[in-house]
Design a protein around this ligand. Structure first.
Ligand code: ADP
Ligand code: MG
Length: 701
């Protein structure tokens, strides 16, 4: 028998035909036999158990019964007709009900013939009924049963409407598995299969579709999830290895006067051990012949900025220019302020380029970039413009906040023959499994330590009825010389409402904290840039005690004397936002507090968010919870979630398998970087196939 070609169109499978093939393509993106093979069930149902009508309870889950239709009637209604069948199991009766395709069903039902019916039952007016049951003639059912655990495949409304039922899906998958016989070619090496006790590929596919029992299902799932994650990791890690061997990087040989002068004379604190370690990792990369591609992670306030600055100074010492890319104008501005202030005592030419920079200044910047006089450029997306040409860009730092996609990143170095070193800083910690999947081709540095002397921020939640005591607490803090933030949510869809909340809140606070004893600032999105800046300055200079604001202050504010963060309607914020906001306090030597004001009724997720905030200050832990609540796609945004289009594995639920797959893939490539050894032949074949298909990673180098 010819081995079956899995790239054959689905239309050629017996029982499919052109019309169904079209449906499979348009509804489920199943084009080839391979796609069908990889179309996995959502769940399985136990079809060994049969119920009697007198065993049914309340609103049971899905049940299966044997019986006959004894009576059929159509009930005309305004909304269309309804078909009701009386179904008898020999002792008792119940009703089967159809609202859709009534005519067609009526014409096809056989009276007084044994059926196996399956579906959800509900009790209505003392009678059990099952809407739109799945039905098989008992004879057919007995003939077709291959598996006690029946797969339930994902479906769509259109498929259901067109009568393409789960049963139909099952029979075409059955047909496929019958045709794939001789066994599927292996995709992994024998040592891997043996070491991790994997079942064969054929057995895995058979059991994922039609499990013989729970144990084999578990093994099948493990094998297929492992395989899926293994090949992704193999690609990512190989990309990293290739880049290091193929892409030449600028070799920064010296650490010289810029770095040393700053480090010795202008750095106002000792670096933490974590900062030192990370800086060493970066230096080592930039000192090699290969291009650096490194992700720098650290919790809010862990001191990533200074690491970025010191890395830049090394580039300067070697005669190169550097750029820092920020996702928003506010953030670019803030970085510019910070860097300018830190570098003030030294002669460094540093400029800001954003959308609001005027043409004349912009032209100057372009010129200075090209003649090499400009050493550090800080900016937003504006840096991607065609006109922005560096004389010799040596290091690009991307303050990412998950907003620049892989493709954009690569744009940065299309402009030079030798690409700059790339350092990506993530604003919020990324859970390890997610980082592995999305940034698995990058090297990773983690600052896992906060600067000394930081006290944990005490976080509590309070209700509206506690407001008086909260205000009392705030007054005591102000008495001690502290300053307070009060933040209101800003959610775009209801901007007007949000604004009203803010103004109401401001008025409430103005009454509770009256002039002249207290003074209050307010900052929100409707203010002009200068007005915002003015209010921020007043607060910074301690002319005001309370800053009432929307989330505009989420990033970029560093006011160490502010020690209390009150977040209104905290249940409306996402976890990483809450954590970022909280990170605005706890920057000075004093004990800081975060007070989460919440409503009486919280959704389950909101409850989890609040509980998490109260119980931990650790951004990595918070990120893990966030990942569980929101899923990887939402956490990363559209641009990057493409990498996470997994067929069977789930990076949250299968994090252990992911870690294993990464370490096994690493080992494979460590021993055989080109997959050239005979034992890796199967791996190489699949690897090539996948690499051709996934352009996602191809863009990067
Ligand atoms: P993030 O990692 O959130 O970007 P920053 O770089 O803004 O954190 O640092 C937060 C604050 O901590 C800044 O005021 C910075 O000057 C200060 N800082 C950074 N590193 C240290 C250190 N080693 N010792 C003391 N303070 C530090
Ligand atoms: Mg920062």
């Amino acid at each position: 028998m010819q081995p079956i070609n899995l790239h054959t169109s689905i239309a050629y499978l017996k029982g499919v035909g052109p019309a169904r093939a079209e449906l499979l393509k348009s509804e489920l993106s199943i084009f080839t036999l391979q796609d069908l093979l990889n179309f996995f069930p959502n769940r399985y149902i136990d079809r060994t158990q049969f119920y009697k009508i007198n065993q049914l309870e309340g609103n049971s889950s899905e049940v299966q019964l044997i019986g006959k239709i004894t009576h059929l009637r159509t009930i005309e209604q305004k909304m269309g007709s309804r078909l009701v069948a009386t179904f008898s199991d020999g002792n008792d009766t119940m009703e089967l009900v159809w609202f859709k395709a009534v005519k067609w069903i009526k014409g096809n039902l056989k009276m007084n013939t044994p059926y196996v019916i399956f579906g959800r039952v509900t009790l209505f007016n003392g009678v059990y009924n099952m809407p739109h049951p799945e039905m098989d003639l008992l004879d057919d059912f007995n003939k077709s049963m291959h598996s006690a655990m029946q797969p339930v495949y994902p479906s769509t409304e259109k498929l259901t409407k067109k009568g393409f039922s789960n049963r139909a899906m099952i029979s075409i998958v059955e047909q496929l598995l019958t045709e794939i016989n001789p066994p599927l070619k292996e995709s992994l090496s024998i040592p891997i299969i043996e070491q991790y006790k994997l079942i064969s590929r054929s057995e895995a596919y058979r059991n994922i579709h039609f499990p013989k029992n729970q144990e084999l299902l578990t093994k099948a799932e493990f094998r297929l999830k492992f395989e899926e994650l293994y090949f992704i990791q193999l690609q990512l890690i190989r990309k990293n290895i290739l880049r290091k061997s193929k892409i030449k990087g600028h070799k920064f040989e010296v650490v010289g006067k810029f770095f040393n002068e700053f480090y010795q004379n202008h750095l106002e604190f000792d670096l933490t051990d974590a900062q030192k370690r990370v800086l060493k990792e970066i230096r080592k990369d930039m000192g090699s012949n290969a291009q650096m591609n490194r992700l720098l992670q650290g919790d809010v306030g862990s001191g990533k900025t200074i690491v970025a600055l010191l890395s830049m100074l090394i580039a300067l010492d070697n005669g190169f220019q550097t750029a820092l890319l920020a996702p928003t104008e506010i953030l670019a501005n803030q970085h510019f302020q910070t860097f300018s202030a830190l570098l003030k005592p030294m002669k460094v030419n540093i400029k800001l380029l954003t959308g609001s920079v005027k043409t004349k200044e912009r032209r100057e910047i372009h010129e200075e970039l090209e003649n090499g006089n400009l050493q550090i450029l800080i900016g937003t997306h504006a840096l991607f413009e065609e006109k922005v040409q560096f004389k010799n860009l040596g290091l690009a730092i991307i303050d990412e906040q998950h907003r620049f996609g892989v493709e954009q990143r690569s744009k940065m170095w299309k402009k030079n023959n030798i690409p700059p070193h790339i350092l990506i800083m993530s604003a919020t910690p990324i859970p390890r499994t997610l980082a592995m999947s999305v940034y698995g081709d990058l090297d990773m540095s983690i600052i896992d330590e906060l600067p000394p002397g930081r006290k944990d921020i005490k976080t509590v939640h309070r209700y509206d009825k506690n407001r008086l005591s909260v205000f009392k607490f705030l007054k005591d803090e102000i008495e001690k010389g502290r300053q307070i933030y009060v933040v209101y949510p800003l959610i775009q869809e209801s901007e007007a409402l949000d604004y009203k909340d803010l103004i109401d809140g401001f008025e409430g606070i103005s009454r509770a904290f009256p002039l002249p004893k207290y003074s209050i600032s307010m900052v929100h999105g409707k203010l002009k840039g200068e007005e915002k800046e003015l209010e921020m300055q007043r607060f910074l200079k301690r002319e005001t005690d309370i800053m009432v604001a929307t989330t505009v202050i989420e990033v970029g504010v560093n006011i160490p004397n502010a020690s209390v963060m009150v977040i209104e309607s905290a249940e409306r914020f996402g976890l990483s936002q809450l954590h970022q906001l909280r990170g605005r306090v706890g920057r000075g030597a004093e004990q800081s507090y975060c007070i989460l004001m919440i409503g009486d009724k919280l959704s389950e997720d909101a409850g989890t968010r609040i509980k998490t905030m109260v119980s931990t200050n650790n951004g990595f832990e918070i990120a893990d919870v966030d990942l569980k609540l929101r899923g990887p796609g939402n956490l990363l945004g559209k641009q990057q979630s493409g990498v996470l289009n997994l067929k069977i594995a789930d990076i949250v639920k299968d994090s252990q398998i992911l870690k294993l797959a990464r370490s096994v893939a690493f080992e494979t490539l460590q021993k055989d970087a080109n997959l050239a050894q005979p034992e890796n032949e199967a791996i190489l074949t699949i690897f090539k196939e996948i690499s051709q298909k996934t352009a996602v990673w191809a863009n990067i180098s």
